[in-house]
Every structure is written in C-alpha cells, then in structure tokens.
Design a binder for this molecule. Structure first.
Ligand code: MN
Length: 215
C-alpha cells in the first residue's frame, strides 16, 4: 500500500481519471483547482498507483504522501447539491441546516447555530427531510446562509451520512470550507474542520446576523 500525490498543469479529464482509477482498484480523488492545476491523490497497490500516475503523462510532478484511508475514488471540487441554513424563530430559536441529498433536503436543527471555530462542537438534532427549495423567508424565518457543497470525506456520499460521519465543503456567503457532521450517542455534532476558512475564537452567528437574501 502506498499513496502518491500528482500535480499536472492544466485540466485533466476527471471522468477518465476516475474510470482508470476504478479499473486499477486505486482509491483517492482528482481535483481541478481554480488555478487550472489538476491534483490527483492515489492510494492502493504499488503497481496500480504507479500505473495511474503514469497515465497522467510525463509532465506530472509526483510526491509520496501518507495513506489517507479512502474508500472510493471521487471527483473533488464539484458541487454535490445545495445547502441552506435558516434562522427559525419557533417556540425556541434555532437554525435549520439542510443538505441536498438524492433529491431531498436532509435536515438538522442547531439550537446554537454554526461556528467557524474548530474547537466548538455544535449540537445538531436530526429532523425530518424537507423538500428542495422548501425554505422561504417569513415572519419566523430568515435565510441566514445558502450555497452549494461538495462531498469531502474518504467515504462515499451519501453513505457517509448513513454511517454517521459526513465531511463536506460548504460554499456559502458566511460559511466556507470543510465541515463535519458526526453522529454520537447524544445526537449529531456539527464541527468546522481546520482549514484556511476556520476562525478560532469567532462567533459567526453574533458577528454576521441577518438574511443573505434581504440585505
Ligand atoms: Mn426549524
């Protein structure tokens, strides 16, 4: 078992890389970044990893990296669906987090809302699925943030939710970067992952109140 990270100038054909990786039994991901550079993380048998990297051409720069334990070979950087975080003044004020998964909005109620501090774990109570596009602003609800998200973890999506550990990247106005939903015996926890969008010590709910629609 070995892992390699390859970098190639220009956009690779992501679907072709995925199908080659699957043929070879290689796990990991391919991503085309905003700077036009393609990155491939490959892990598996030595020969299979070498074959996948070789298929990227002579111009690829390759380095050995740590095995991350992927269970799939996925395209990264492509939205999986939409997300909505609304502030809801019900009998108790809370935030409703919804992620689009297979045509429905998987939903969690966050009594304290989200945090950008990776040290803060926010309770997220799973609630029934909603319809896509079902959240409207009204007297008791504002759209606090919305956008698209990407799957981000090592486990295929949406199986990651079923298994109780879903990692994803939000592209909202207020919430950006990696987040995790982790199921525990006492409920789900919603946690910011450590990355360039994390802001330790911050309180995003207090700092950026209000709707992203009606500003
Ligand atoms: Mn609600």
């Amino acid at each position: 078992m070995e892992a390699a990270r390859a970098t190639v100038a220009g956009a690779v054909d992501r679907d072709a890389v995925v199908s080659r990786a699957r043929d070879l039994g290689v796990l990991g991901w391919v991503r085309v970044d905003d700077d036009g550079v393609s990155r491939v993380h490959a892990e598996g048998g030595d020969d299979a990893v070498a074959a996948l990297v070789a298929s990227l051409g002579d111009a690829a720069t390759v380095e050995r990296v740590k095995v991350e334990g992927h269970e799939q070979f996925a395209i990264r950087g492509v939205p999986h669906g939409t997300f909505v975080l609304s502030e809801h003044q019900a009998s108790t004020r809370h935030f409703d987090l919804r992620l689009e998964v297979d045509g429905v909005m998987k939903s969690w109620a966050l009594p304290k809302g989200p945090s950008l501090d990776p040290g803060v774990k926010r309770l997220a109570v799973e609630v029934p699925d909603h319809a896509v596009g079902g959240d409207r602003e009204g007297p008791d609800r504002i759209i606090w943030d919305q956008g698209v998200y990407e799957q981000g973890g090592r486990v295929p999506w949406p199986e990651a939710i079923t298994r109780g550990h879903a990692v994803f990247v939000l592209h909202g106005e207020k919430l950006r970067g990696g987040f995790a939903l982790q199921r525990t015996p006492r409920g789900w926890l919603f946690v910011k992952r450590k990355d360039e969008h994390a802001r330790p010590g911050s309180d995003i709910v207090a700092e950026q109140p209000g709707s992203v629609l009606s500003r």
